[in-house]
Design a protein around this ligand. Sequence first.
Ligand SMILES: *Cc1c(COP(=O)(O)O)cnc(C)c1O
Length: 465
Amino acid sequence: MSDPFNAILRALPSMDSLLAKGWVRPFEDELGRNAVKIIASEIMDELRREIIAGQRVEVEENAVEEEIRRCLEVRVKMKLKPLVNATGVVVHTNLGRSPLAREAVEAVASVARSYSNLEYDLSRGSRGHRGDHAEWLLEQITGAESALIVNNNAGAVLLTLSTLAEGREVIVSRGELVEIGGSFRIPEILGLSGAKLVEVGTTNRTHPKDYQSAITDQTALILKVHPSNYRIVGFTSSVPRNTLTDLAHKNGLYLVEDLGSGVLEDLTESGLPGEPTVSECVRDGVDLVTFSGDKLLGGPQAGCIVGRRDLVDRMRSYPLLRALRIDKMTLAALEATLSLHMRGSWSSIPALAMVTASAEDLLSRSEALAEKLKNALPSWRVFVKKVCDVVGGGAFPEHPLEGYAVAVVSPHMSEDELCSFLRGFNPPVICNVSEKALLFHVRTLLPGDEDHIERALVETRGDKG
Ligand SMILES: *Cc1c(COP(=O)(O)O)cnc(C)c1O
């Protein structure tokens, strides 16, 4: 190797000198020394390769350190961590959907650190059934004969279709063949289950006769799917649930409904009409209803199946269930959340408390936050703004929630710079932007979040006042 190469290579900092730098310390605390070394060596190896290949004729020590620091920051940001959701979207899939109730968090911690009766029957002193109590609670709350819990709603739909319709036909309205959250597509799940999709109707209109004429001796069931965030407006019609159950039962078929969010209580009185509850579907004669545990149920990621006992029993002994089974921490959280529903303690379930928060309450909370921020940041523009919040998770898509946000404009940073700073704060703060102002929607803030927002904004000032 020629001398110029060696000279450049020698200019690279040594690992020891790098690890001795003061700025590396916080990264070591976050990631551990070995992880920092791996990330730093990857960058230095890449630089060495470029130097030897002649693609780089000089290295600046500062620039090398800067690049290493940038990669360490990216890595630290990838760690799973709590953050402040100031977006006003209650069930936000990218931000972990429903925050758990205190009772649910405590239940998780206690079964996680110890042994438990997960599959042990304490009355008989012998092997028991996982999920017994949570399933009993679901039956009581929904009025269904039987319930089964798996690890998410996609799994619940897959298990249902595989058990009841493998090798046979499933009829679905074209208006309900939706993609949800980018990765859940009914035609794909149907394909996986080994059932054959039979589409009926058109995108905007499906009539009873469309279903009727699609029924053959190969048909296993009719599937009704909650269209979630997807809405067709204008000249539309779909077949009411009870007409569908009659039609299915007259023809010896099952009606299965993927309800998506799974609203357990009627929220009409809180100003949220129009979403069928799980009990309503059961009462209307739907044979099996599936829904998520972490949308408006307000619990952990889980898939719930409720309905006819004979059908649920078939699913219990279907081998796929073993691959979809719920783990003990999730079960603990779900059981505790269902227990709150059973007691009627809805205000203890954060997602429900958030969607039912009154406009007056939100206004006074945003006024308090605005006061706090004005005092901390006298040179900033801070004001309360009326906004639209959303339930999220596919429920109540046509129903924006009347909400309030605190709008903030910095005298020395653009909205993009501010947002990027807030994402790197500990805890990160995620907010909306509108007309060059940052918007902190108060509906989705949890206790203590106002202080985090204040600290984060104050820290952006640096020495700039
Ligand atoms: C959200 C949703 C799903 C997916 O549920 P996961 O619990 O995320 O698996 C399926 N169907 C509908 C209608 C939904 O809204």
